[in-house]
Design a protein around this ligand. Structure first.
Ligand code: UN1
Length: 518
């Protein structure tokens, strides 16, 4: 453990970045380019979920520090919005290059603080880099269309303007990538931003802010990328209710998301919501089972079931159900659970003790509701927040299967017809990610049709998790409807303006209306 901390610290300091590890010297938690010392010191301890020991201490922002951060973001906006978008893109290019340099230590830090295995920690930083590359290209493509005016000698077109200060509230499970989805787009769109990371993963946020500071300094910028670490009930509340913040991008639970939606809508602000998922895979009778089983394992057990896109429900055609269950029940115990930074480990811990309790509370309720544990269900010995990944033989009335438990619990159902499978698939309140495994073109197309999956993400012969950044990411129903990352998700970070220009000498009215004053 001490070695890993030393390694990460050394990596960062060799690269000229100072990052306090250990609880004697606290990191500051608010930054606008310069780190802000709060008037009231309230410390947050970052805990290593692998052994339950503290990694570092962070001084949280108080109200005065929050105010300084917000003011800096507001004051930076006018100059940033007038910086040409491709020049803003240069800054994001530089951020992507800096992340390339820090990929290894930052990926390790993500694994250390959050508990995902190293290849996923590194993958998360790769996702940030990809997002920066995408945004650089986008900085020359923030297009608006031209429309054909119905009036002679008139031109009509749409253009996009920067929005202002964007509040980014991110979750522990993708502690840095989801920030980058928002930050890279917001930056090229001409917005400044304030990031409130999860209190479970403050140290990775401090590291990313250090990286941003290096980039801002090089470009003589201040207040574009800002950080404010503090409790949701004080700092988070201030942010979502702050009239100076026209857009809040929130990733988290459906319950919190509902509150964010109400708070922002009540002040006519906007929100991008990435809330709970209850993702499912349908395995048809004609599926390549080898492929399906591998995909199921990664989607259900990867990240210890703590992705929004994690697989929670599995619908197996009755003809192949026994074989698939047998393979899964054999594979699950062979998954190495342990220190996420060690080679060969495939599943790390849950994020904290509360998550472990939620996992076991769910298992108790599942038992009471008639769900049967097919494998797992235990808690590995030793320190740390570990649980065994668990498979449940479920029935259609199992109420727990309708809820998102952020843990590696997989509910298995059987079905007879594809219509029945799709109906069960769509019967939950959430609508994030979905997949079908089939070699039948018709079944695949049916799943993607208007009467197919009702989710924001629908895949064929691919699991539910691990989406690429190029597509728009997000979901329907109680998942919140937000879209982030690729495609045209950038539009949420700008304001649209419809412009009509009369270059003739007449004043014709639309719809043929005449209004001639004598
Ligand atoms: C999340 O869990 O909040 O598709 C995001 C995926 C990742 C992102 C997940 N690219 O699983």
């Amino acid at each position: 453990m001490a070695d890993i901390l030393g390694d990460i610290k050394k990596f960062f300091s060799d690269l000229g970045l100072h990052l306090e590890l250990g609880i004697k010297n606290s990191n500051l938690g608010a930054c606008t380019g310069e780190w802000i010392e709060p008037e009231e010191r309230s410390e947050l301890i970052s805990v290593n979920p692998t052994d339950g020991e503290p990694i570092a201490s962070i001084v949280q922002a108080d109200e005065a520090a929050y105010e300084k951060v917000l003011t800096a973001a507001v004051e930076a906006f006018p100059a940033w919005r007038m910086t040409p978008a491709p020049v803003r893109g240069e800054v994001v290019r530089d951020l992507g290059n800096e992340l390339r340099i820090f990929k290894e230590p930052l990926g390790r830090l993500v694994s250390l603080e959050m508990g995902k295995i190293l290849s996923e920690g590194l993958g998360e930083v790769q996702e940030m880099i990809d997002m920066c590359d995408f945004a650089v290209g986008l900085s020359r493509q923030l297009y608006g269309p031209n429309m054909m005016s119905e009036r002679p000698r008139h031109r009509m077109y749409e253009q996009w303007h920067p929005l202002g200060v964007v509040g980014i509230i991110s979750a522990f499970n993708f502690p840095v990538a989801v920030w980058a989805w928002n930050a890279a787009l917001a930056a090229v769109c001409g917005d400044t931003m304030v990031w409130k990371p999860s209190s479970d993963t403050p140290l990775t946020a401090v590291a990313v802010q250090h990286i941003c500071n290096r980039v801002m300094k090089r470009h003589d910028l201040h207040g574009v990328f800002n950080l404010v670490i503090g409790p949701g009930r004080s700092i988070g509340e201030r942010l979502i209710n702050d009239h100076r913040v026209p857009l809040i991008s929130f990733t988290g639970s459906t319950n919190m998301g509902r509150h964010v939606a109400e708070a922002t809508a009540g002040r006519f602000g906007r929100s991008i919501l990435e809330l709970g998922g209850n993702n499912a895979i349908i395995v048809a009778e004609d599926a390549d089972l080898e492929l399906a089983v591998r995909a199921i394992l990664f989607a259900a057990v990867g990240t210890a079931g703590q992705r929004c896109t994690s697989l929670r429900r599995l619908f197996l055609h009755s003809s192949i159900a026994p074989q698939v269950i047998e393979r899964l029940v054999k594979a699950y115990p062979s998954i190495t659970i342990g220190d996420p930074l060690e080679d060969g480990v495939l599943m790390g811990p849950l994020v904290n003790e509360r998550a472990v309790n939620d996992h076991f509370t769910a298992l108790t309720a599942i038992g009471e509701q008639g769900g049967e544990i097919l494998c797992g269900g235990g808690r590995p010995e030793g320190k740390g927040f570990f649980v065994e990944p668990t498979i449940i033989k479920a029935h259609p009335e199992l109420a727990m299967a309708r809820e998102e438990t952020f843990a590696p619990i997989l509910y298995v159902f059987e079905y007879e017809t594809l219509e029945e499978a799709i109906r069960m698939h769509n019967s939950v309140d959430q609508g994030l990610s979905s997949a079908i495994f089939t070699s039948n073109l018709g079944s695949g197309e049916q799943f993607l049709s208007h009467e197919g999956s009702d989710c924001g993400i629908a895949n064929i012969n691919i699991g539910t998790s691990g989406a690429e950044i190029g597509g728009a990411f997000g979901g329907e129903k109680e998942t919140g409807g937000g879209r982030e990352a690729g495609s045209d998700a950038w539009k949420a970070y700008m304001r649209r303006q419809t412009c009509t220009i009369n270059w003739g000498g007449e004043l014709p009215l639309a719809q043929g209306v005449s209004f001639d004053v004598e």
